[in-house]
Design a binder for this molecule. Structure first.
Ligand code: FAD
Length: 436
């Protein structure tokens, strides 16, 4: 018997013309600002091109340079560069909605794009909300003018390699990558793992621990220093294989930094400021989840089109009339709408110094998006049935991509549960007496 390798038969009868109108990623568009509507629309216009390339980049585990050419041409590399620096000036809420729309078309592109955009948010909107001395503010303004200028004027791409394989990326230990102060700048040494955009970015935004010669023991988390390291600086290398389960187009290989010199203008935040930023703006750690809302939306859209026999290349066999299919798709829609509601709530309330309730809503939202995205993809595969899992269709890729979300630090599903459970039961400063 011949092996079935493809469900898509170009000679098959044409699918039924589609009357299905997919939902807006951010719910009711009337509730959005004009900038939000415009930027989400910009990504939606690029979407079909990105989706058409997703299968190849997934199969090859290759970086989607072509998608980045499109994002660049659409001006989107500067989405979160402040207007005063020539960017589009999108705030956190606007960006995460755009990110979800991008994830709908290509999860891997959305996830790696997030690393670039976060570099702009940390140095832009977040830094603006922090306490700085006038000297720090002036220093930061000088440095970010340089970096934003590269993004706006030269379309440079910035990555965000924070993870090191230990407790630092979980927020529980100082960074193992070290920065030593030298004449005119710093020397950076260390290793970062899972660096999305490895080999594609022009600059790596690296978190290091600033070594202080006046200190006998190692630094603390307060000594975190955020430095822009040019990809072509002597001592930078990209190492290791990349053949993962999902999100293969992120090409998240490892980076080595061997005594890499960077000048003082490499500071993406003044010394000592990253700790303040991370403590006061926790919503930044939830910027990974919008991608996965997009993946969930894509799985839902595919399921509806498949059951309606409206998937291009597939025979016009309807499956929607079976009550079990209707029940399953209703379950998917309920999960999707619940996920979207939490996503939008958190997008809109993101800001500096959220109170305890807002922080707990944030953990709950991030957890829900990551877990529900995978569950919606699971339901999609089970509901559509056997042919839908073939590699010629997107569902199996969406399923694999969706699995990655809840294992991404700093807020894996487990760490969200840990933090939430603790905060539910303890108020600040409370301790328990020892149990005999
Ligand atoms: C597709 C993809 C792209 C990525 N891109 C980037 C990127 O661009 N930049 C980046 O910085 N990272 C990136 N990551 C890395 C990601 O965020 C994680 O850091 C990485 O997946 C951690 O892998 P690990 O096996 O070391 O984690 P784990 O072993 O899960 O965790 C590492 C450490 O965290 C602590 N920890 C973990 N779980 C717990 C727990 N329940 N309680 C207490 N402590 C715990 C432990 O100390 C543990 O040793 C990416 C990951 C993926 C999958």
């Amino acid at each position: 018997m011949a092996a079935v390798t493809s469900a898509v038969d170009p000679a098959a009868a044409a699918p039924l013309p589609s009357r299905y109108a997919p939902s807006h990623i951010a719910g009711n568009p009337a509730a959005l600002t004009p900038l939000q509507r415009e930027l989400i629309g910009r990504v939606a216009a690029l979407g079909p091109r990105l989706a058409a390339r997703a299968e190849r980049h997934d199969r090859e585990a290759s970086f989607p340079f072509d998608n980045y050419d499109d994002l660049r041409a659409a001006g989107l590399l500067a989405i979160c560069v402040p207007r005063a620096h020539g960017g589009l000036g999108a705030d956190y809420a606007t960006y995460v909605m755009v990110s979800a729309e991008l994830g709908r078309w290509c999860g891997a592109t959305a996830l790696s794009f997030n690393m670039h955009v976060c570099s702009c948010l940390w140095a832009g909107e977040i830094a603006d909300a922090l306490d700085m001395t006038p000297a720090q503010r002036a220093d930061h303004e000088r440095n970010r003018t340089l970096h934003f200028g590269r993004i706006v004027g030269e379309c440079k791409l910035y990555a965000q390699p924070f993870s090191e394989g230990g407790a630092a990326a979980a927020g529980a230990a100082p960074w193992g990558t070290l920065a030593v102060k030298v004449d005119g700048g710093y020397r950076v040494s260390g290793k970062k793992i899972f660096a999305s955009l490895a080999g594609a970015a022009d600059t790596y935004g690296v978190l290091c621990t600033l070594e202080r010669p006046d200190r006998a023991t190692g630094g603390s988390r307060r000594d975190a220093l955020y430095l822009a390291v040019p990809a072509d600086a002597p001592g930078v290398s990209v190492v290791g294989d990349w053949d993962p389960l999902g999100m293969r187009g992120t090409v998240s290989r490892n980076l080595l930094f061997d005594q890499v010199f960077v000048p003082e203008t490499a500071r993406l935040m003044p010394e000592g400021l990253y700790f303040q930023a991370a403590s006061r703006f926790p919503h930044m750690f939830a910027t990974l989840s919008p991608t996965y809302l997009g993946v969930a939306q894509a799985a839902y859209d595919f399921t509806v089109q498949y059951l309606r026999a409206e998937v291009p290349g597939m025979p016009p066999v309807k499956r929607r009339m079976y009550p079990t299919k209707q029940y399953a798709v209703a379950e998917m829609r309920i999960k999707l709408e619940a996920t979207r509601a939490l996503f939008l709530q958190n997008a809109r309330e993101a800001g500096v110094d959220p109170d305890k309730d807002a922080r707990m809503r944030l953990y709950a939202a991030h957890y829900t998006i990551m877990e529900n995205a995978n569950d919606i993809c699971r339901l999609a595969l089970r509901t559509c049935g056997g042919q839908s899992m073939l590699k010629s269709l997107p569902l199996e890729r969406l399923y694999r991509d969706s699995r990655c979300g809840s294992l991404m630090l700093p807020w894996t599903a487990e760490l969200c549960m840990d933090r939430l459970g603790r905060e539910c039961l303890y108020e600040a400063g409370e301790r328990d007496e020892a149990i005999e």
